[in-house]
Design a protein around this ligand. Structure first.
Ligand code: PEP
Length: 251
């Protein structure tokens, strides 16, 4: 079964509401008429609703950059799944390496966030990936498998059908160093093999696996030509309307 490519932009902690709305309008215009791919943008929480309103009626999907695991309560700084839905998000990024590295989120916490998102009908993008030290120690596959096993704990087959995986080697994020297309394909194929051990092979064959890590206009085509790369999660280059437009229009 063919997998519809997903081009996702992660705006991180950038852009005020006016800037975000301007960029969202440019992304919507760049995506117009494209039916063979999906486009998603993840603005900061403060601009989420404004961006959702700006792209309403277009095919562009809006995502949160993280999500709390409780519906409501005394959880200062967290944003719950119903709040994200209320603001207009359909998707959410979970387990981004910046959350893991800078804010100490571990696999157990990420699993809670993922299951909460799914229970409330948000489609999650679960990010996995090794650090440079882990790659150099030869433990890339072990680390990624552990992140998948713990992150996807208790996720049913039906829920897995709505989940997207993003392979983001930590050493490639925001560093300008992209994994080679061979390095990326190798890990993507490994992820699909792990998923087909956890779930049915046909389901594993339907799951979209995105690559993230210094994706740019110049390297998107060769990455997207790999058989197990089903889209890209783009940080820096998604903040530039022209660059992201070129990425959306990968060939
Ligand atoms: C990201 O934020 O997920 C990311 C991959 O960033 P960049 O494209 O800037 O490396």
């Amino acid at each position: 079964m063919p997998r519809t490519p997903l081009i996702a932009g992660n705006w991180k902690m950038y852009l005020n509401r006016a800037e975000a709305v301007r960029l969202a309008a440019a992304v919507a215009a760049a995506s117009q008429g494209l039916t063979d791919r999906e486009v998603m943008i993840a603005p900061p929480f403060t601009a989420l609703n404004a961006v959702a309103e700006a792209v309403r009626g277009t095919a562009v999907k809006v995502a949160g950059q993280n999500v709390g695991w409780e519906k409501e309560g005394a959880f200062t700084g967290e944003v719950s799944p119903p709040m994200l839905l209320d603001a207009g998000a359909e998707m959410v990024i979970i387990g981004h390496s910046e959350r893991r590295q800078v804010f100490g989120e571990d696999n157990a916490m990420i699993s809670l966030r993922l299951r909460a998102a799914l229970q409330h009908g948000l489609a999650p993008i679960l990010c996995v990936g090794e650090t440079l030290t882990e790659r150099e120690a030869g433990s890339t596959f072990t680390v990624v498998e552990e992140q998948l096993a713990q992150g996807l704990a208790d996720v049913t087959a039906a829920q897995m059908g709505k989940t997207v995986i993003a392979y983001e080697p930590v050493w490639a994020i925001g560093t300008g160093k992209t994994a080679s297309k061979e390095q990326a394909q190798e890990v993507h194929a490994f992820i699909r093999a792990v998923l087909s051990r956890f779930y049915e092979k046909t389901l594993a064959g339907r799951v979209r696996i995105l690559y993230g890590g210094s994706v740019k206009a110049e390297n998107v085509d060769s990455l997207m030509a790999q058989p197990d790369i089903d889209g890209v999660l783009v940080g820096g280059a998604s903040l530039n309307a022209k660059a992201f437009e070129r990425i959306i229009h990968f060939t």
